[in-house]
Design a protein around this ligand. Structure first.
Ligand code: BGC
Length: 787
């Protein structure tokens, strides 16, 4: 069915509708209710409703909410380009006689605040609805039962302000009980809905998994402060909201405010939320216990503060709702090191909190955007733990829709409307390259060739443009906002060097895609990759000494400079990217790896990398013979490290290495999220490096993999269990005395496993024993490496 057919039945088109302009009942950010009735002499064998909104909507039929399509429908897209619609089978809810279809609508991603244009709602007009109810009965074809256009009425909801960033304001005394009950009377004043402009955007069926309340648990850790506020500690920094039951007189004003930390005085710490108010305000209906929770707003938080209660007895109970896109869990990492296990738990939390509709940077402050660089770094790890294939496939359409007028990839998808940051400008190296690299990753992990076909033309447009602007192979021009190795823990890496590494990686990756698709562009892409490689070697590499340096280092533009004020000729990231992208190999790579290890040593055994360098640091070290150092950095608990975050009480990954400064409190609040997955990306090496599950890039969806563990000093065992598309894979190793390690691997049907001939173990190298090295077939196999 074509999208327009979905809303056209027997020649009648459903029309977009909304409350009239002259309405006085509805504030600019309020939610409203709309309803219509249908008369049935008998219930047809099957009735479906198709619906969508510019804004967020929730449907009810005859008093029953339609929950199957998940929360916050129609989901998040750039509504100037593409709007999803949902279909509901409502047959079982109908009855002969009068039936009521109702929808509640709020501004959501379409109309509310999204982006970083402080304080601005994107649209001040009320949300709009498009809906048809269709009986799919006889051979005569579908029959229209109801459609938006004529005959819909509306009334204000009790939610008088609703926003994703700011939260909601609701007056429960205004709540219309039973507004979709067929027998309801005395529903107060309702006005006619009017036809509205709607959108010329494509209407597409819901794609990918939906957002749901994925967990709910009671909160008992409540502290009362002297000023009468209650502060609930929910234990983890998850996304969602608090659902409280209160018993307070009608009109009591209760505010629930949210924070990731508490302040010295015990109240929630909100400075790092920037302009996002992250609070819900309720006027109680009174007359007994009542439940208070936002309907169209969420945020990540660990602490929730309830103020305005007349006394402790008024708080009957509190419960934590965790929301997120419903993703199937597919991976389980475990080891003998409790610190690694805790880091992994924090990574899971940040994955759940930030994979909401699209992969986002953070889930709390006035941002929460589909930053492509963050997704680029983290998705390889996320895909080892959750099935992200459906979510990513839908997001690739957002990436396509977000492109510039010239068809170039940008930094953020969906592209938020806005004034400054979101102009029609090409994306930065790495951020925009996600449009090339991530479809390839999803193809490798899930075997989804369709995403390659869909994304390939855009990849080529992007790469042709960047190469045309930079014919000599050094990426100097067209670097957008040019973030570089964002928020480094040391000096910035030259942006010419950084960009050139990405140009090589993207071009090589696109050549692999072209090869799989049988495209004639392979030759051009390989030739261009060769030009970039030669230019890199010429300008930045001294092969004899293995030194990589930028002779005239180019630093950050204004956007990034405040986080990276100085730029150095030689940096850790300057080695990491060439090593992992294959710009150096063989003996030269070994020398580069040694120099990288020296730089880490010179920095006091610390990483000095930002978002990008950190994601690949451990691969670069281990891949060039520095596995022991990679292990030390992974297991480190002093600043800066993932372990340091845990040592400071983190239950999710921070945006900055110094989120809580060593020996002090929160860093500068203008950019300090405590639930930002990007820096967690380096933990991927715990799975493919330490546990040793290495998928073969030539055989998508785990048709072949290598078991090549790294036995880290101080670690007794590590294991990873993974529901691969071909069935369960398990890898595990146990230390067996000083000089040996026992391994176990489970290989599913249709997959083969190659065993590493040698594995690093501390300073030693252990060799495969009692095995001819032939690939293993399905089954569970015990293996051994010894000194
Ligand atoms: C976001 C990042 C993003 C960056 C761009 C920040 O404000 O939170 O995660 O990648 O901007 O450099």
């Amino acid at each position: 069915m074509s999208p327009t057919e979905a809303f056209t039945v027997n020649g009648t088109d459903a029309r977009w509708i909304r409350p009239g302009e002259q309405s006085t009942q509805l504030g600019p950010h309020g939610a409203y209710l709309t309803r219509t009735t249908i008369e049935l002499s008998e219930v047809p064998p099957r009735v479906v409703i198709r619906a969508t909104a510019l804004g967020m909507y929730e449907l009810q039929v005859n008093g029953t909410p339609l929950a199957d399509a998940g929360l916050y429908r129609p989901g998040w897209t750039d509504t100037t380009r593409r709007v999803q619609y949902q279909e509901y089978d409502v047959t079982g809810l109908l009855r002969p006689g009068t039936n009521v279809i109702g929808a509640e609508l709020a501004p959501g991603w379409h109309g509310g605040r999204i982006g970083t244009d402080r304080g601005n709602f994107q649209r001040l007009t009320p949300p709009e609805l498009l809906l048809v109810a269709v009986a799919e009965t006889s051979d005569a074809g579908p029959t229209l039962l109801a459609a938006t256009g004529e005959g819909w009425e509306w009334a204000a909801s009790d939610v008088t302000e609703s926003d994703l960033y700011d939260g909601e304001i609701a007056d429960r005394r205004q709540r219309l009980a039973g507004w979709t009950d067929p027998g309801a009377s005395d529903l107060g004043r309702w006005e006619q809905m009017e036809r509205s402009a709607g959108t010329t955007a494509r209407l597409v069926p819901q794609a990918g998994p939906v957002v749901r309340e994925t967990a709910t648990f009671g909160v008992t850790d409540v502290r009362w402060l002297d000023d009468g506020t209650a502060v609930a500690d929910t234990g983890r920094n998850e996304n969602g909201f608090l659902r409280v039951v209160v018993d307070a007189p009608a009109g009591t004003r209760i505010t629930v405010s949210y924070g990731e930390l508490t302040d010295v005085d015990g109240h929630v710490y909100t400075e790092n939320l920037r302009s996002a108010k992250c609070r819900d305000v309720f006027r109680c209906a009174g007359g007994g216990p009542e439940e208070l929770a936002p309907r169209f707003s969420f945020r990540s938080f660990r602490y929730a503060q309830i103020s305005g209660l007349p006394g402790p007895d008024a708080l009957v109970s509190a419960e934590r709702a965790v929301i997120g896109t419903e993703l199937e869990r597919t991976g389980w990492f475990e080891s003998s090191d409790p610190l690694l296990n805790e880091i992994y738990a924090a990574i899971l939390t940040s994955t759940r909190a930030n994979f909401v509709e699209v992969p986002t940077d953070c889930p709390q402050r006035d941002e929460r955007l589909g930053w492509m660089g963050d997704a680029l770094l983290f998705t390889p790890l996320a895909a080892y733990t959750y099935d992200v294939s459906g979510l990513m496939s839908k997001w690739f359409d957002d990436v396509l829709d977000a492109r510039t007028g010239r068809g170039l990839f940008t930094d953020i998808a969906p592209r938020p409307p806005g004034r400054v940051m979101f102009r029609d400008r090409e994306g930065a190296p790495a951020w925009a390259d996600a449009g090339v690299v991530l479809p390839w990753l999803i193809y490798q992990r899930y075997g989804d060739r369709e995403v390659l076909e869909r994304m390939y033309p855009a990849m080529m447009t992007w790469l042709r443009a960047v190469h045309a602007d930079n014919p000599d192979g050094i990426w100097r021009h067209g670097r957008g906002r040019d973030y570089g190795d964002w928020v480094p823990a040391g000096p910035d890496t030259s942006h010419d060097l950084f960009g050139t590494c990405w140009l090589y990686h993207s071009t090589r990756t696109a050549a692999d895609v072209a090869h799989v698709l049988g495209s004639g562009d392979v030759g051009w892409l390989r030739e261009r990759a060769g030009v970039v490689r030669d230019a890199f070697a010429d300008r930045f590499l001294d092969a004899g000494s293995g030194r990589i340096a930028a002779p005239e280092p180019v630093g950050s533009p204004a956007a990034a400079r405040r986080f990276a004020p100085s730029v150095a000729e030689e940096t850790q990231t300057g080695y990491i990217l060439p090593l992992v992208f294959g710009l150096v190999d063989g003996e030269v790579a070994v020398r580069c790896g040694q120099r990288l290890a020296e730089l880490v040593g010179k920095a006091g055994g610390r990483l000095e990398t930002g978002f990008i360098g950190s994601a690949y640091l451990l691969d670069a070290l281990a891949g060039s013979g520095q596995t022991a150092l990679a292990g030390e950095l992974l297991r480190r608990s002093e600043f800066p490290s993932l372990g340091y975050m845990i040592s400071r009480g983190a239950t999710s990954i921070w945006e900055r290495w110094d989120g809580l400064q060593p020996g002090g409190g929160p860093a500068c609040p203008t950019m300090n999220s405590f639930n930002h997955y990007a820096l967690g990306s380096m933990f991927r090496w715990a799975i493919d490096g330490v546990c040793g599950l290495r998928p073969d890039p030539g055989t998508p969806a785990f048709g072949a993999f290598t078991f090549a563990p790294a036995v880290l000093a101080g670690l007794d065992w590590a294991s990873f269990r993974f529901a691969s598309p071909r069935g369960e894979i398990r890898v595990r190793w146990d230390r067996d005395g000083q000089d040996a390690v026992a391994g176990e691997v489970t290989v599913p049907e249709g997959t083969t496993c190659t065993l590493a001939a040698t594995v690093p173990s501390g300073d030693q190298v252990l060799s495969l024993a009692g095995h001819d090295g032939q690939p293993l077939g399905p089954g569970t196999h015990r293996v051994r490496w010894q000194g």
